[in-house]
Ligand binder design. Structure first.
Ligand SMILES: Cc1cc2nc3c(=O)[nH]c(=O)nc-3n(C[C@H](O)[C@H](O)[C@H](O)COP(=O)(O)OP(=O)(O)OC[C@H]3O[C@@H](n4cnc5c(N)ncnc54)[C@H](O)[C@@H]3O)c2cc1C
Length: 502
């Protein structure tokens, strides 16, 4: 072996760098199956050094002594921040991931900002609301996250962020979505400002796959070759830009939904799960959320409308029946839409919308030519293909509740955002963009990636949206809004676990 040879004992495998290759020995079983190969637990040569020496396998172009983080979105930046030393590989030419376009709303409980509204919010109240909205109690991991959100707020405030709570509705629920200074871009700038010197971020460096040796994560493949590391953190985001994966994992193919294909949720993690036998969680449904009216601003970093605003319309399905409380959190609302009711119409009166939205903005509300108005509810129902009797009954019910000043069966009280009686009946298909998914790689409570059989894959971790928001049990059909707090928290929590292991 040459004097530059380095041998690293990483868990159950020995990796040998290029300096060791000067003395070929008897060839062993080739390692090519292990490098970028199909299964992390594939049986390969255990004497890796000999096999490498025999030239049976492509060599790493570099060995990273620090963990590799795949993706420089909020979860990857958070993980890198607390790892202290990390090599972050990012496919885009900028950091920030999807949060570059996000309002940056963060779900947090028991904060100073809530107290300033006179709200005494607690994790227990949040857990009760969660159950009421989703029909299922939060998991232990979700409860742990809920209890941690106040600390997330304090940490971000210590990084110079201030928060705004300005959601006018729903009146029946506590305000929990905090808008940070500067929205998503402001959040990213604060994270970048606080990256330690030991973090190297390489832009325009897509990771093409994972490298496993003897069932252990051993690095990542790039266009230049593979980079070895004994710790790999997948922070590559979700898959909502990939129509094929959305359809595969949710059964939802089209309807009132549009994929946000400009945002870079390329589904890399889920592809790797399929290639490598990794486990996936909660992919039975697409837990996306998107406001019905927000669109990225022309400058790419702002939304035209307040995404949390509840506007005056009632959502009905093809039977003409209202099926959801429009004041529910957007993820709940739109999960209902995406998962089960593709033929959805937002029904209102022209005058109700005009009271809140300027005429020139109305085209932004709707998808294509789908804004329809008619002389009465029956004619409108005929035009949009829903049951006329049911639609008329639905709207008359809504108006009578408004007139009686009582909350409706869904809990939405009379308010400035109620549809007003006595105008021109109109309907539109919501112009929605899928913003995120809640399913992803299966992980344990610290973010260790699990294989398809539920076992831990040594050396492999996942955070953020790649791991269904990084908190087991948070995924599924009913996510919550402001999940960026979970995204950050999962990065910090997993970094702490990795540091404890190293
Ligand atoms: C318009 C819009 C508005 C939103 N508003 C909100 C909001 O108000 N509140 C909220 O909580 N959430 C919001 N979201 C969702 C939120 O932005 C995401 O959930 C969050 O950014 C996920 O963080 P992440 O780090 O897990 O993944 P991402 O932000 O997707 O980052 C993943 C990073 O990995 C990179 N990457 C992907 N594949 C590879 C690869 N193979 N190799 C190297 N790098 C790779 C990507 O380029 C990206 O930079 C919004 C999203 C959109 C699109």
């Amino acid at each position: 072996m040459s004097s530059e040879c380095q041998v690293r004992d990483t868990h159950r495998v020995i990796l040998v760098l290029s300096g060791c290759l000067s003395a070929p020995t008897e060839p062993e079983a080739p390692l090519s199956a292990a490098v970028g190969g199909p299964a992390p637990h594939a049986s390969v040569a255990t004497d890796t050094a000999d096999a490498l020496a025999a030239g049976a396998v492509e060599l790493p172009i570099r060995w990273s002594d620090v963990p590799i983080v795949v993706g420089a979105g909020p979860s990857g930046l958070a993980a890198a921040m607390d790892l202290g030393d990390a090599l972050v590989l990012e496919s885009a030419d900028a950091v920030g991931g999807r949060a570059r376009w996000a309002g940056g709303f963060l779900f947090m409980v028991g904060t100073e900002e809530q107290a300033s509204f006179g709200s005494m919010d607690t994790p227990e109240l949040a857990a009760a609301d969660w159950e009421a909205l989703t029909g299922a109690p939060p998991t232990d991991a979700t409860r742990t996250f809920l209890a941690a959100t106040d600390g997330i707020r304090d940490r971000l405030a210590g990084m110079g962020l201030a928060f705004r709570l300005d959601r006018p509705e729903p009146v029946t629920r506590l305000l929990r979505e905090h808008a940070p200074t500067g929205g998503g871009p402001g959040l990213i700038a604060a994270l970048v400002d606080h990256l330690p010197e030991g973090v190297e971020v390489r832009l325009s460096t897509p990771v093409r796959g994972l490298v496993f040796v003897d069932g252990v994560a051993a690095g990542v493949r790039t266009d230049e070759g593979w980079i070895g590391a004994d710790t790999v953190v997948i922070a590559s985001g979700g898959f909502v830009d990939r129509a094929d994966l959305v359809e595969l994992h949710t059964g939802w193919a089209d309807g009132a939904w549009r994929l946000g294909s400009d945002y870079g949720a390329d589904g890399a993690a889920i592809d790797w799960a399929a290639e490598s036998g990794l486990g996936t969680s909660t992919l039975e449904a697409l837990g996306v959320y998107r406001d019905v009216i927000g669109v990225p601003g022309a400058d790419g970093d702002a939304m035209r409308f307040d995404s949390a605003m509840v506007y005056p319309w009632v959502w009905v399905d093809s039977t003409g029946t209202r099926f959801v409380d429009e004041s529910a959190t957007w993820s709940v609302l739109l999960s209902g839409l995406a998962n089960s009711r593709p033929n959805v119409w937002a029904v209102t009166t022209k005058e109700s919308v005009a009271a809140h939205v300027a005429d020139e903005d109305i085209p932004l509300l709707v998808e294509g030519e789908s804004w329809r108005c008619a002389s009465d509810w029956t004619a409108l129902a005929d035009d949009i293909g829903v049951d006329p009797t049911a639609l008329t009954d639905t709207m008359m019910g809504v108006f009578s509740i408004g007139a009686r000043s009582m909350a409706d069966p869904f809990g939405r009280g009379p308010s400035t955002f109620a549809v007003a009686d006595g105008g021109t009946p109109c309907a539109f298909r919501p112009g929605s963009i899928a913003a995120k998914n809640f399913g992803g790689l299966a992980v344990d409570a610290d973010g260790r990636v699990l294989d398809a059989a539920g076992g831990v894959v040594p050396g492999l971790w996942a955070v953020g949206e790649a791991a269904g928001m990084g908190v087991p049990g948070m995924g599924g059909a009913w996510g919550f809004d402001g999940s960026l707090s979970a995204v950050l928290w999962s990065g910090w929590r997993t970094a702490a676990a990795i540091r404890a292991e190293r």
